[in-house]
Design a protein around this ligand. Sequence first.
Ligand code: FAD
Length: 366
Amino acid sequence: MPANIVVLGAGVSALTTALLLARKGRYDITIVAKHMPGDYDIEYASPWAGANYSPVGKAGTLLESFERATWPELARLASDLPECGIHFQDEVIYRRAKDVGTATGAWFAELTREDAWFKDVVPNFRVLSQSELPAGIDGATSFTSVCINTALYLPWLASQCLKHGVILRRGTASHIADAAAMHHSGKRADLVVNCTGLSSLRLGGVEDSTLYPGRGQIVLVRNVPKTMVSISGTDDGSDEATYIMHRAAGGGCILGGCMQKDRWESQPDPNLAIRIMKRCVELCPDLVPEGKGIEALDVVRHGVGLRPMRTGGIRVEREVISGLGGEEVNVVHNYGHGGYGYQASYGASQAAERLVEEALQPKARL
Ligand code: FAD
């Protein structure tokens, strides 16, 4: 008999984990989620992401191992499956000495290193020569990355899950143990995979108080830059950032951004939007025709997403949790992906998959 699994959530973490499990062919899986691909909501981080592969995990950490493990699969999708909405893009990372010690400087500390661990993971990594640096820049690297059109990739992941027999359902669980009763068979699930992102802060049975929002504001434009660009900081505030990501397949270009700790505001701040657009045009003048400014940006939408930050980093762990009625539920957590949910998606989901397999060994089953 295949084991019954409920995957709670339908962001990039849930869909990737469900797909890896479904490909095994030995589980009967229901995805239950409040928000699904196609929705735009402040409680749903995944659609708002750039999203590209710009590793930030420090060498030797779990995040580094997840990011390292994810690159080969993103590269395979970009080269072999155009229908995923992922393409290769050249990326340039600029570093300014004065950004050391700022919030964004700390966030991009690994990304801006000239001897970054990922120099042997991504293709074409190189340190730019002094003569290639624009004014005010102290160092730079470039490499081949990918950029994901989240409006195509999330539905693609969902359709791959459907192809492998996964059932998708709308639903909201107030306690993680409730999710076990939401399996499409009508029977109780043998295991729940918790991929609820920032909502695990309040989800009954989890209530992880080490989660907090890292608010990100973006502008999606139709303009096309020649390369993706990021920089170690700005002169507008410690938690403001500048990055430009060109999405695949007509997905437009994402201009960012910021990383505002503990800020829950769902509406774009118009002043911040102007600062973002100005900084992006300054950093990447080829976004607009020569001599033009932000008036030449063709805006699709302004947006805000809350990155599911977690003090201890991504949580991929097994736990047995008692429901309100005392019934025990086998849970595998996969949440807290901060600003790296796509670039760590396969590594984290593979780790979650291993924990599911362990938990469903005959001896370990509840
Ligand atoms: P979410 O996408 O938030 O999904 C949570 C899911 O759980 C939703 O389906 C929700 O409905 C469901 N849910 C929650 N509670 C319940 C409940 N009680 N019952 C039922 N369902 C529930 N990452 C990168 O790798 N590269 C980038 O370039 C990048 N850029 C970013 C830019 C911005 C502006 C932002 C905001 C994020 C960016 N990220 C990037 C980070 C990335 O978007 C997140 O890490 C990732 O989307 C988290 O995905 P998730 O599936 O864990 O959570």
